[in-house]
Design a protein around this ligand. Structure first.
Ligand SMILES: Nc1ncnc2c1ncn2[C@@H]1O[C@H](COP(=O)(O)OP(=O)(O)OP(=O)(O)O)[C@@H](O)[C@H]1O
Ligand SMILES: [Mg+2]
Length: 233
């Protein structure tokens, strides 16, 4: 294996010439423009950038929650573009943990059930998934809130449930959209040490943040500006 082949084999996710646009009442809105990005196994990347620059859109595409308009996206060696919705759902289950910017918790079920959600469609042994759910909630300091519904939690607690749900299936890639946006500094430190632990256990992490101190946790910082991604601020 030569150096080029070795580096290629270390790539877990790769975007080439990715664009995303929407048509809105006759206008075309360009949200992502010609994005090129190679993510290596076990990288920890932070993405920063102004509001509206396209960070969430990029993360949703990388998390197979949305489709690109043009270009190509390869995840774990597979061309995501050509996969069916069903195949994408399976890929998400095995590969991806996603922390949504607005949490996306189910309001009418308990904390426990929200975190157990990724297992609902998988044929998991329930005694095994029970332990994983409890462990994930312990890791975010919420094992005393199993029966609460999201409406009976604080904003920061809801965010921590969203993080527990994202990591419960030990995903290879964790995509986190402002995971510390609503947390105080103590909880932010706790959540960041959780991400660091997941990273040292082998996960690849991509985290969107507005906070320079949070971004410094990462090994590489990228900047989004008007739909373009760059290494420079
Ligand atoms: N469905 C849509 N139709 C048209 N425009 C959209 C659509 N979804 C997103 N946009 C636009 O795309 C741009 C980027 O949105 P995105 O949510 O990716 O920004 P962001 O960088 O995550 O911002 P923030 O930091 O505020 O979360 C915004 O200007 C938004 O209005
Ligand atoms: Mg956003």
């Amino acid at each position: 294996m030569d150096a080029y082949e070795y580096m290629s084999s270390r790539i877990i996710a790769q975007l080439a010439g990715v664009t995303k646009q929407y048509s809105l009442q006759g206008d075309v809105v360009h949200v992502l423009r010609d994005i090129h990005l190679s993510v290596y196994h076990n990288e920890f990347i932070a993405i920063m950038g102004a509001s509206g620059s396209g960070k969430s859109t990029l993360l949703h595409i990388m998390g197979c929650l949305d489709r690109l308009s043009d270009g190509s996206y390869t995840l774990g060696g597979k061309d995501v573009n050509s996969m069916s919705d069903k195949q994408l759902a399976a890929l998400r289950l095995n590969y991806i943990g996603f922390v949504f910017q607005d949490f996306n918790l189910l309001p009418h079920v308990s904390v426990y059930e929200n975190v157990a959600l990724p297992f609902l469609y998988a044929e998991n042994d329930s005694s095994q998934s029970d332990k994983l759910v409890i462990d994930a909630l312990k890791a975010v300091g919420l094992s005393h809130r199993l029966k609460h519904h999201p409406g009976a939690l604080s904003g920061g607690e809801r965010q921590r449930v969203a993080i527990a749900r994202a990591v419960v299936n030990t995903p290879k890639i964790i995509l986190a959209d402002e995971p510390t946006g609503n947390l105080d500094s103590v909880t932010t430190t706790e959540i960041l040490s959780l991400f660091k632990r997941l990273h040292s256990n082998g996960a690849t992490i991509i985290l969107v943040t507005h906070d320079h101190d949070v971004a410094k946790t990462a090994n590489r910082i990228l900047y989004m500006k008007d739909g373009r991604l760059s290494e420079n601020e």
